[in-house]
Design a protein around this ligand. Sequence first.
Ligand SMILES: NC(=O)c1ccc[n+]([C@@H]2O[C@H](COP(=O)([O-])OP(=O)(O)OC[C@H]3O[C@@H](n4cnc5c(N)ncnc54)[C@H](O)[C@@H]3O)[C@@H](O)[C@H]2O)c1
Length: 230
Amino acid sequence: MPAALVTGAASGIGKATAERLRADGFDVLGFDLEDGDLSTREGNQAAVDAALERFGRLDVVVANAGVQHVSPVRDFPEDRWDAIQAILLTSPFLLAKYAWDALTASDAGRFIAVASAHALVASPNKAAYVAAKHGVLGLVKTLALEGLQATAVCPGYVRTPLVEKQIPDQARAHGMSEDAVLEEVILQPHAIKRLIEPEEVANVIAFLAGPGGAAFSGVPVTMDLGWSAR
Ligand SMILES: NC(=O)c1ccc[n+]([C@@H]2O[C@H](COP(=O)([O-])OP(=O)(O)OC[C@H]3O[C@@H](n4cnc5c(N)ncnc54)[C@H](O)[C@@H]3O)[C@@H](O)[C@H]2O)c1
C-alpha cells in the first residue's frame, strides 16, 4: 500500500486531505502540533522518521501545516515573521530534504506543498505569509529541477479555522466590522464569491498524488475561484 505523510492534519485542509488519501487506499501518517513542532528541524525529522518507521516507505508528502499573522509591515512583530517563515517555508524544505531518498525511491513519489493564491499574488497586511508562499513555489520549482516530482497547490480562501481566526484581525487592520470583512475583504478577490471547502482542496491533492498527477511537476496548481485571473 502506498504511504503518505500529511502535516497539519489535525484541522482544516490537512484533516480533509488525510481522510481523503486514506479513502483512496493510502496508509497515512498525520502529523500536527501534538506530535511535534514543525517549526524546528527536530520536528520535521521526527515527522519523516515516524512515517518511515510505521510504513517502511514514503510515497507522498503533503507539506500543509501553516499559520497566518495579519499586520502592516511597519508594525509586524519580528518574532512572528521568523515563526511564519519557519513553518510555511523552512518546514517544506526540511520535509523534502529528509524524505528525499524515500520519495525518489518510490515509483510514484510526490511532494505536494499546500501553498496559496498568495504564492502568486500579494495582499496587504500579510507580508510574512505572502513572502513565504512565494518562496514555497520557488522551492517546488527547484525540487522539480533537481529530480523530485513536486507541485504547489494554490487555493483561494478556504473555509477553515485559519481563515475564521483572521476575521477579527482583518476587521482591526481595515477598521471595519467583522461582518463586513468576509464580504468585502476575504471574498473581494474571488471572481466567484464563495469560500472553497477543505474537501475540494483534498480532491485536488488526491488527484496530484494519484495517476492523474503523473505529469505535474515544478508548477503551481491554482484553484482560486478566479482570483489570479485579474
Ligand atoms: N484556509 C485558507 O484559506 C487557505 C488558503 C490557501 C492556503 N492555505 C494553506 O493551507 C494550509 C492549511 O491551512 P488551514 O486553512 O487548513 O489551517 P488550519 O489552521 O485549519 O490548520 C493548520 C494546521 O497546522 C498545524 N500547525 C501549525 N503550526 C504547526 C507547527 N509548528 N507544527 C505542527 N503543526 C502545526 C495546526 O495545529 C493546524 O492543525 C496552510 O499552509 C495554509 O497556509 C489555507
